[in-house]
Design a protein around this ligand. Structure first.
Ligand code: B3K
Ligand code: ZN
Length: 883
């Protein structure tokens, strides 16, 4: 396979001004006629006219009105190249597409009888031959024709300018997008769909039409998506002064989708998972997910669509920035400081759970990668989540207003352009008169930096010295790393738990949180007038995506957990206390020693659990132990079964000691009455259900019955699934005694929700992630009539859930989990390379496991590598894992 390098970028040989397309929709053979006007880019080194195409049949090719002879162009598997083209060109291209055979869900495909497109990153070339690259921006006019009965709804980007009857049972719709866009933002949807719609008044007074399109029968699940869209529109006006630029904005849901959603101009296409919700079928987490993804896609309209990427190496320019924006949106929407902090902690958890391992594994890459084989493999947590952390660091360094100035300048300079991460950084720097040269390393160097802190208090001189040093581990292709520009937000807390005023020596400014700028390999910061002993609260609000090392005593951590004014560091103190114990206990499990948990820890958690002054949502976060994956990352050699045993021991022991407190928390946080997904109610449910999950860990018929009753009487999916989860996932569930009840509730749940695909996904996941699940059971579930490998959501709900979220079982000593993995990667590879390559990544960390596992994992990787007709998606992932 060919590797593409960022350094090889050259501007396109031809620009495109207009694109007119006519589609005659037919599942087996959609006919596409495209007229493109192009003009030579005299500044480019590329002299040929280069078009990309993939898996399509070329029927006709005319240039400036004449049919092109075969000798006038070269057609290969992926390209159509015309040499000696004149400076002004009108191309007319006719292609044919078998959309019904397209199982890749990229390009034009059929789902449930309806047509959808997915063009990012390189799907447009599966529709017509085109300079399918993001720096080619053009105006599009699209004519859709199709059977009236089968495709009553015909949608594309922009505004509907004409529609009518064609006789012979067919009709048409013509769409015009008033904004220039790259081809990856093109979309069409055709089929039997219904919509919830609303006229919405923008701040400026202009009225726009908002629509949420779904399959018939789902209109009772669109309100939350519509509300989220309106909230997004308002938020972008208020926070960034950005207005919706179209008269119409559409969201369409499909159950067959490779990822979450897609920001096509004016016609966002979504996975049903991020649209459909009502209290019967969706959980609080689902509601929050919908809000953030609807926001994310909407925010792309400015950060991604109006200003787009010059090339795919710049992907984080739009993704990191848009994730930052959606995170801020969700945080702002809660409307209070703790709510914001809870959201922040959740986001950091995702980063640590998914991105830190990526940064330490074979697929590690910079936020702005230098090369790729298949760009779809680089829609990663590094580009998205670490990219968002990088944007957040500008925000931390420049402040709220400084960041806004940078954003304003960015749009002022680049509206309508395709630009780079450097352009964004320049806007931030120039708008604030700051030198952000060194900051560039966050884009170019991979790996998670480690920051080590050491403190020294001089009581006589009343100075407190914090010495920070940084290192970054080597990653694939990058051995030596240079120091990063790291904002380290710091607070100092006294014995009473109060923040101390911070004043750097020689600086008159004073505040309780100070953002230190670490730019050297090692730097010392001296604070003056510190007249008492303090505990440092370092990396407040997680001010940089780094691993912080500081030798806290248990007492200091308990003090921070009880008092830190920064909710992130307060939570973090609890996590550190827990991690320390978990790692020791894993070792004890391995040595066959007896296990015990100390009072300091139990009491610290008890205190938090019972602290009524704290938000329930925050208390739930503190009560949640670091995940098995996070524990594994802290170990030189991961041992999934011992990790599971140690973590379960801590859960059971806490359940035993905190039983009365947990029962009280359960009672205190009931949310009777009409369901509402607001943050306070969701937080109460989270704490209550966390308490329930703990309670059932300590063998006790009464608490198991409590879970069973909650399952039966639940009035919303959050409580229902939480009860089911508690029953199926607790260690005492391993007891034979409950197995009949478990079978019953599972069967009942299936019957009750058989017609709700998204709920059946949950049903599969619950079973795949249960401690009782084994490979045999997963294989049996794969034979279930509701299972399908070709539906990405369903494949994820069972296979991905088992491989990624049930480490103790996936890593079974006999290697059966790895065989299952290999079989599924190979099966998916034939259907859907993008989804297959995601599953392939479950083996990323294979060198972290004990030798015996490593051998089995390597064999499984090699087996996949030896498979014929491997897509370049899977091949890239497997090759890098084995490198
Ligand atoms: N931009 C799309 C992702 C496209 C993925 C292509 N493999 C969704 C998003 O980030 O909003
Ligand atoms: Zn995005």
């Amino acid at each position: 396979p060919v590797t593409i390098y960022r350094k090889d970028y050259i501007a396109p040989g031809f620009w495109v001004d207009t694109v007119e397309m006519g589609f005659d929709l037919h599942p087996q053979r959609t006919h596409v006629a495209t007229r493109i006007t192009m003009r030579r880019n005299h500044d480019s080194a590329e002299k040929d006219l280069v078009l990309f195409g993939e898996d399509i049949k070329l029927l006709q090719l005319r240039m400036n009105g004449v049919n092109l002879k075969k000798s006038a162009y070269t057609l290969s598997k992926e390209r159509l190249v015309i040499s000696n083209a004149p400076d002004q060109v009108t191309l007319e291209i006719e292609t044919a597409i078998a959309a019904d055979k397209n199982t890749t869900m990229s390009g034009l495909y059929v789902s449930n009888g309806n047509f959808f497109t997915q063009c990012e990153a390189e799907g447009f070339r599966k529709i017509t031959y085109f300079p399918d690259r993001p720096d080619v921006m053009a105006s599009y006019t699209v004519m859709l024709r199709g059977d009236k009965k089968l495709y009553p709804v015909l949608l594309s980007n922009g505004n509907l300018v004409e529609q009518g009857d064609l006789g012979d049972g067919r009709h048409y719709a013509k769409w015009e997008d008033p904004f220039k866009k790259p081809s990856y933002l093109f979309a069409l949807v055709a089929g039997k769909l219904v919509c919830q719609e609303e006229k919405y008044k923008l701040k400026s007074g202009r009225k726009v039409l908002l629509q949420v399109w779904v399959e018939e029968g789902n209109l009772d699940k669109t309100q939350h998506a519509m509300d989220s869209l309106k909230n997004s529109i308002r938020w972008d006006e208020e926070r960034f002064g950005l207005e919706l630029d179209l008269d119409r904005f559409m969201i369409v849901a499909t159950s067959d989708f490779n990822m979450g959603a897609m920001e096509n101009k004016g016609l966002n296409i979504f996975n049903t998972k991020y649209v459909l919700a009502n209290s019967r079928v969706a959980t609080d987490t689902d509601y929050a997910g919908i809000e953030s993804v609807v926001g994310h896609e909407y925010f792309h309209n400015w950060t991604g669509n109006r200003v787009t990427c010059r090339d795919w190496f710049q992907l984080s320019l739009k993704e990191g920035l848009t994730v930052f924006r959606d995170q801020e949106f969700s945080g702002d929407l809660v409307g209070n400081e703790t709510g914001r902090a809870v959201k922040r902690i959740e986001d950091v958890r995702v980063l640590r759970q998914l991105q830190f391992p990526e940064d330490a594994g074979p697929m590690a890459h910079p936020v702005r990668p230098d090369s790729f084989v298949e760009i779809n493999n680089f829609y990663t947590v590094t580009v998205y989540e670490k990219g968002s952390e990088v944007v957040r660091m500008y925000y931390t360094l420049l402040g709220h207003d400084g960041f806004r100035k940078g954003m304003d300048l960015y749009f002022q300079r680049h509206d309508g352009q395709a630009v780079t991460c450097d352009d964004f950084r320049a806007a931030m720097a120039d708008a604030n008169g700051r030198d952000l040269k060194q900051f560039e390393r966050w884009y170019s160097q991979a790996g998670t930096p480690r920051v080590k802190a050491q403190a020294n208090y001089d009581a006589a001189a009343k100075t407190y010295t914090l010495t920070l040093s940084q290192t970054c581990p080597k990653t694939a292709g990058q051995v030596k790393k240079l120091p990063f520009h790291i904002p380290v937000a710091l607070g100092l807390i006294d014995a009473e738990g109060n923040d101390v005023a911070l004043q750097l020596q020689g600086d008159s400014a004073s505040s309780t949180t100070k953002v230190l700028e670490l730019k050297e390999a090692q730097q010392s910061f001296v604070f003056a007038n510190i007249d008492r002993e303090v505990t440092p609260s370092i990396l407040r609000n997680f001010s940089a995506p780094v691993i912080l090392e500081f030798e806290y005593s248990d007492e200091q951590l308990a003090h921070l957990l009880a008092h830190d004014n920064d909710p992130f560091c307060r939570w973090e103190a609890g996590q550190r206390l827990a991690m320390r114990r978990l790692l020791k206990l894993v070792n004890s499990v391995q040595q066959g020693e007896s296990l015990r948990l100390d009072d300091l820890f139990i009491n610290a958690l008890r205190k938090t659990l019972n602290d009524q002054s704290l938000d329930p949502a925050f208390r739930e976060l503190v009560l949640t132990l670091p995940s098995e994956i996070m524990i594994a990352e802290e170990m030189a050699i991961a041992d999934p079964q011992s990790i599971h045993a140690a973590r379960q021991f801590v859960r059971a022991t806490l359940a035993q000691h905190l039983k009365a407190d947990l029962l009280q928390a359960y009672q205190d946080n009931l949310t009777p009455g009409k369901y509402s997904p607001d943050a306070l109610s969701a937080g109460k449910r989270a704490l209550k259900n966390c308490a329930l999950a703990y309670l059932v860990e300590w063998p006790d018929t009464a608490t198991y019955a409590l879970a069973h009753t909650q399952y039966q009487e639940a009035e919303n999916m959050t409580d229902r699934i939480a009860a089911l989860n508690a029953m199926l996932h607790c260690s005492s569930a391993l007891d034979k005694a409950h197995s009949k009840t478990r079978k019953q509730v599972l069967a009942h749940f299936y019957q009750e929700f058989e017609s709700e695909a998204l709920v059946i996904d949950k049903w599969f996941t619950l079973q795949a992630t249960a401690p009782t699940a084994d490979v045999e059971q997963v294989r049996v579930l794969m034979q279930h009539k509701a299972f399908s490998m070709s539906n990405p959501n369903r494949a994820r709900s069972l296979i991905f859930a088992f491989c990624n979220a049930n480490p103790a079982r996936f890593h079974a000593a006999d290697g059966s989990g790895y065989s299952l993995w290999a079989d599924c990667v190979v099966a998916l590879n034939k259907l859907n390379p993008q989804v297959a390559a995601r599953l392939a990544r479950s083996m990323d960390r294979w060198t972290k496991y004990p030798k015996a596992n490593q051998a089995l994992m390597k064999a499984a990787l090699q087996k996949v590598a030896a498979t014929k007709n491997l897509s370049k998606d899977v091949l890239e992932v497997i090759t890098k894992a084995l490198a």
